[in-house]
Design a protein around this ligand. Structure first.
Ligand SMILES: Cc1cc2nc3c(=O)[nH]c(=O)nc-3n(C[C@H](O)[C@H](O)[C@H](O)COP(=O)(O)OP(=O)(O)OC[C@H]3O[C@@H](n4cnc5c(N)ncnc54)[C@H](O)[C@@H]3O)c2cc1C
Length: 372
């Protein structure tokens, strides 16, 4: 065998495993079927702007160990996720906080805001919510529901809120402070120079082959390494023999615009029903934070995000955590456990939604089990 490990997939899971394996003196080969490294966190350089090709990625964590670990591969800027909602041209701060309530109702103090929400909840008179609409109104009242929740949610799910089950929204965070920071995380930021550079640093000195589909040449690749770390879809590994696992999908329409600043913020959510996309991402504002440097680049890149139905063959984005898919995954997992020299890891290998910090922690756990 030429290598100790063959790592299938150069996303965060695979790249961190490969980095640690090499550090421990193991020989490693990384392959990826895409023409680029970094998996879904891949950022592409367009006119000096790092474009998040597979969806906007904001690094945020409460895990100090992971935060300290990742610093060796990149310097993070001070980006704070503060999305803006655009409802038919009216702009509101997100998540729901005192700026939102002031704009919505003209209230100034937290007591006034609280009283307004309570008044609206009471007026709705809903004791047992029967669907998502009733649930949302019973949590935040009618105005916020109609302007900021209804249209967005209907576009995301492709169904009316009245026809969606109430359990989708268990709680809606309401902040009675002036705080537009979306994440409740101790650490947050974007790697300066883009995610691709960060992953390239992980893979420094490691042999990487791109445009290589492991499953198309499985026997050949299996003969190269003692052990396989597989981060592709678990159902594809078993040739979909038990059926397809389903995903929720997103479609991105990306444009390069001849102006320095399109919307003045990284994320603007379109919360009305009529605008066909759910949000617009303006990529340069991730990299430059809210300082002036962004205006040095005369162009900008925006991505409109559309919710779309997933069908087999489409890019898998979010695993569907329902009973049917959970049961199917459990069956694939049984098969996977019988493969003695293959470890299934990452969001596709484990059919699990992982934030970046969680996938890093999971890869480091895998390293501990495998190598140390
Ligand atoms: C739209 C979207 C937005 C997100 N935003 C955030 C965010 O803001 N913050 C956050 O913390 N997390 C976010 N995430 C989660 C983040 O993307 C994941 O945590 C991370 O990408 C998981 O890394 P991974 O290595 O498991 O998988 P991936 O990045 O998917 O890597 C798997 C790799 O395996 C390769 N591969 C698959 N099959 C084969 C094969 N047969 N042969 C060879 N190669 C193969 C693929 O090409 C891919 O490169 C987001 C996810 C999505 C979908």
């Amino acid at each position: 065998m030429k290598y100790d490990y063959l790592v299938v997939g150069s996303g965060l899971f695979g790249s961190i495993f490969a980095h640690e394996a090499k550090k421990a003196g193991k020989s490693v080969l990384v392959i990826d079927k895409r023409p680029n490294i970094a998996g879904n966190v891949y950022t592409e350089d367009v006119e000096g702007i790092h474009v998040h090709k597979y969806g906007a990625h904001i690094f945020h964590t409460n895990n100090q160990e992971v935060w300290e670990y990742i610093q060796q591969f990149a310097t993070f800027n001070r980006f704070t996720n503060s999305p803006v909602a655009n409802y038919k041209g009216e702009l509101y701060s997100l998540p729901f906080n005192m700026y939102t309530f002031n704009k919505m109702w003209g209230v100034v103090t937290p007591e006034e805001a609280q009283a307004k929400i309570e008044e609206q909840k009471k007026a709705a008179n809903i004791t047992e919510p029967k669907n998502l609409e009733e649930q949302a109104i019973s949590l935040v009242g009618k105005d916020i529901y109609e302007k900021l929740i209804k249209g967005y949610t209907e576009k995301q799910w492709g169904r009316e809120c009245k026809d969606l089950p109430s359990f989708i929204i268990k709680r809606l965070p309401v902040r009675l402070t002036f705080d537009n920071n979306y994440f409740n995380a101790l650490y947050q930021g974007i790697p300066m120079g883009g995610y691709t550079k960060m992953v390239a640093n992980m893979l420094d000195g490691i042999e990487v082959r791109l445009n290589e589909d492991y499953l198309a040449k499985k026997d050949e690749y299996d003969s190269l390494a003692e052990k396989i770390i597989y981060t592709g879809p678990i159902d594809a590994y078993f040739n979909y023999s038990l059926g397809n696992l389903e995903y929720r999908s997103v479609r991105f329409e990306t444009e390069l615009l001849d102006k320095p600043n399109y919307q003045g913020n990284a994320a603007v959510n379109y919360t009305d029903r009529e605008t066909p996309y759910t949000r617009i991402i303006e990529h340069k504002w991730f990299e430059f934070g809210k300082d002036d440097h962004g205006n040095d680049i005369p162009k900008t890149v925006i991505s409109k995000e559309y919710s779309s139905e997933w069908k087999p063959g489409d890019e898998p984005y979010y695993p569907v955590n329902d009973e049917k898919n959970g049961a199917l995954y459990a069956k694939y997992k049984e098969l996977a456990d019988k493969e003695t020299n293959v470890v299934f890891g990452g969001r596709l290998g484990e059919y699990k939604y992982y934030d970046m910090d969680a996938v890093i922690a999971s890869a480091l756990d895998c390293v501990k089990r495998e190598i140390h």
